[in-house]
Design a binder for this molecule. Structure first.
Ligand code: GLU
Length: 548
């Protein structure tokens, strides 16, 4: 009687029953084994690698099994919400090709299990909250902040565990009159769970990533509804994942400590909990020890970092797959061009302790990914990136698209493509010498080089250069210049007796390279010269000769 009366007192306007609400959410009717999972981020404006790791895991598991992936916006903490965060979130995930079958979208909801924004589901939670009160499994608590602080201090003094439980749970056994009086005065209240657990007891649980776990039971009367009637994450996720027919919850392992409470909640609601996959943290090496990536210390935790640096989405995706599934790299080596969707992702290959995230490794992966792209693709990506992050460069780079694409074609295709671009922001430096706007002598000639020889070689080259020469004819001319100046044209002969020569054809090539590209290292010189054309080459050679 007491419980029923209390439930009506607290939720006078709630008339529906959990069964009625449940019936409003259809069963999904998916084939056996189809995974239904979700991304359930909070719209804080900060989208991080952890979101991506969790999202990709859910995405692969659902889509690989013919299931459903949906997006639920967990906006119950209004204080942490940043305007525009939902849009940022949806756009960032779309940027990484995480496609949702249903859920929150920028234009509203899509799907039969909505609303997909938790604040809009308040009435639903209240039905379940009222039910828990009526069943004696929840009660109102009128403690003020100050009172809670006092409890905390008293616990500190007694060296007791912290939290609202046992004798500290002041409102656990109050009379209806007492509660009615407080309500009559309009005092704010939260709804608390009445935990029957004890820290003396252990529960056994199998997490799909962490394996068999033994966890301590929960004895805390956690908050289910805050004083504004909005639920806490714990309560909302239990109600939602049941109603939305989630089969697998993939989330960070920071939720593991509250899992016993979540399991209690499902039991109290009378629902079977979903399967859980708790992902270990992303870590990095800091000196010789590992530590968790931190929002404060590591810019690479934010997804915006990768976009601004110009990592292709494919590369980030590729790298995340390598850290998520230990057999991915081998698969990729055997299938260099296959779409990732053909890889058989398995949560069983995930490391329970978390993954080491290494930007250097990501760069290598990215170089590889970019080396397999066509010049056309790279051009499109670089132009789009530059337009947003380096508009001056965008202007120069897109002035003559064919010219830029031809630059990007050097060393591309074939069995061993060049791997010198890791991020789009490096492309400017890579191509700059092709454009008069940026060309300058960046590397000077080594001290040991003889200036008169350099001049003589460059002048001879200018006289003989003909853009119609094929690569062999072009190189024969350089060899002839080498011979004429006492530099070995035959590298073997030079290696046998370096003292017999002033240097080798490699030195003569270097004289040319610095004059024409301004650098000691550059892509294939023949291709570079073909693209630059006789006029530019001669001009650059004349300029450097006059400075020697
Ligand atoms: N809103 C929770 C978070 O952002 C989601 C955890 C979950 O996926 O259940 O951490």
């Amino acid at each position: 009687m007491y419980n029923k009366k209390l439930a009506d007192l607290l939720f006078p306007n709630v008339t529906k029953t959990p069964e009625e609400v449940d019936a409003e959410f259809p069963l999904r009717g998916l084939p056996e084994g189809a995974v239904v999972s979700r991304m359930a981020p909070s719209p804080t404006g900060f989208v991080h690698l952890g979101n991506l790791v969790q999202g990709l895991t859910s995405e692969r598991m659902t889509h690989q099994s013919g299931g459903v992936l949906f997006l639920r916006v967990e906006d119950t903490d209004a204080k942490r919400e940043v305007p525009g965060a939902v849009e940022t979130l949806i756009e960032s995930l779309a940027h990484y090709n995480i496609v949702f079958d249903e859920g929150a979208t920028i234009d509203g909801d899509n799907g039969a299990f909505g609303p997909y924004r938790q604040r809009q589901r308040k009435d639903i939670y209240h039905v379940f909250a009222k039910h828990l009160v009526a069943e004696g499994m929840a009660y109102p608590c009128f403690c003020t902040e100050e009172e809670l602080e006092e409890i905390h201090k008293a616990q500190e003094a007694e060296k007791a565990n912290f939290g609202y439980f046992g004798k500290w749970a002041k409102w656990r056994g109050r009379s209806i009159e007492n509660i009615e009086e407080m309500l009559g005065k309009g005092m704010p209240w939260v709804l608390r769970f009445r935990s029957e657990g004890s820290i003396e007891n252990k529960i056994k649980f199998t997490d799909l990533i962490k394996g068999n776990l033994e966890l301590t039971e929960n004895d805390i009367d956690h908050v289910l509804l805050k004083s504004d009637g909005i639920p806490t994450y714990h309560f909302a996720h239990a109600v939602d994942d049941h109603l939305m027919r989630t089969t697998h919850v993939v989330r960070g392992d920071e939720w593991l400590p509250t899992l016993p409470f979540h399991l209690q909640l499902f039991r109290a609601l009378g629902y079977k909990p979903p399967k859980y996959l708790h992902i270990g943290p992303l870590m990095k090496m800091d000196g010789t020890s590992k530590r968790k990536l931190s929002k404060r210390k590591d810019p690479e935790l934010a997804l915006t970092y990768y976009k601004a640096e110009g990592y292709p989405v494919e590369a980030v995706y590729e790298y995340i797959m390598t850290i998520l599934n230990s057999n991915y790299e081998d698969w990729r080596r055997a299938n260099p061009y296959a779409p990732t969707s053909e890889f058989k992702f398995s949560y069983k290959k995930m490391n329970p302790a978390g993954s080491l995230f290494d930007v250097a490794k990501l760069r290598d992966v990215s170089k590889n990914v970019i080396s397999l792209m066509s010049a056309e693709q790279v051009y499109d990506y670089v132009s789009a990136w530059a337009l947003e992050y380096d508009p001056d460069f965008a202007k120069v780079f897109t002035k003559d698209p064919d010219f830029s694409k031809a630059i990007l074609s050097i060393g591309r295709g074939g069995k061993k493509p060049r791997k010198d671009i890791a991020v789009w922001s490096e492309v400017k430096a890579y191509v700059s010498f092709f454009f008069d706007e940026y060309f300058r002598i960046e590397d000077s000639y080594p001290e040991a080089s003889d200036k008169a020889d350099i001049k003589a070689a460059l002048e001879a080259f200018c006289e003989s250069f003909d853009t119609n020469d094929d690569m062999n004819a072009w190189f024969d001319k350089i060899k002839a210049i080498a011979d004429s100046l006492g530099y070995a044209s035959d590298m073997k002969a030079y290696k046998n007796d370096p003292t017999a020569f002033r240097g080798s054809v490699a030195d003569v090539s270097m004289f040319l390279r610095v004059a024409v590209t301004g650098r000691l290292n550059s892509p294939d010189m023949y291709s570079v010269m073909q693209l630059l054309g006789a006029e530019k080459i001669k001009q650059r050679i004349a300029d450097i000769c006059s400075s020697l």
